[in-house]
Design a protein around this ligand. Structure first.
Ligand code: SF4
Ligand code: SF4
Length: 103
């Protein structure tokens, strides 16, 4: 399943450079599928949080294909990168998402 960031986030920025899919954005920063991926979709999408760092579900593969564990959760000092129970995906789905992002 995708990972999400909770409101316990202290905006330390540690997670953002660790994401292999560029799925993590700063508060008030708009996002694009093309950021840090091979996708052609350059549409600017409205930011999903104006208070905390946030993860774009459609870009998060739980680090499948890159790391054994979610990199964001590994570096977060307050353990606020947690499984998103509303976006459960199996390994095959996560790997297919990774391929879509990086073909
Ligand atoms: S789990 Fe991995 S892919 Fe998902 S947001 Fe965290 S670092 Fe990025
Ligand atoms: S590492 Fe944790 S506390 Fe720091 S910005 Fe990322 S989610 Fe927030």
């Amino acid at each position: 399943m995708a990972i999400k960031i909770t409101e316990d986030c202290i905006n330390c920025e540690a997670c953002e450079p660790e994401c292999p899919n560029n799925a993590i954005y700063a508060p008030e920063e708009n996002w694009r599928f093309s950021d840090g991926t091979n996708m052609k979709d350059n549409t600017e999408n409205q930011h999903l949080s104006d208070e905390f760092f946030y993860i774009v579900t459609d870009k998060c593969t739980e680090c499948k294909g890159f790391n054994d564990e979610p990199a964001c959760a590994s570096v977060c000092p307050v353990d606020c990168c947690v499984p998103d129970e509303d976006n459960v995906e199996n390994e095959a789905e996560l790997l297919a998402k990774k391929d879509k992002l990086h073909l």
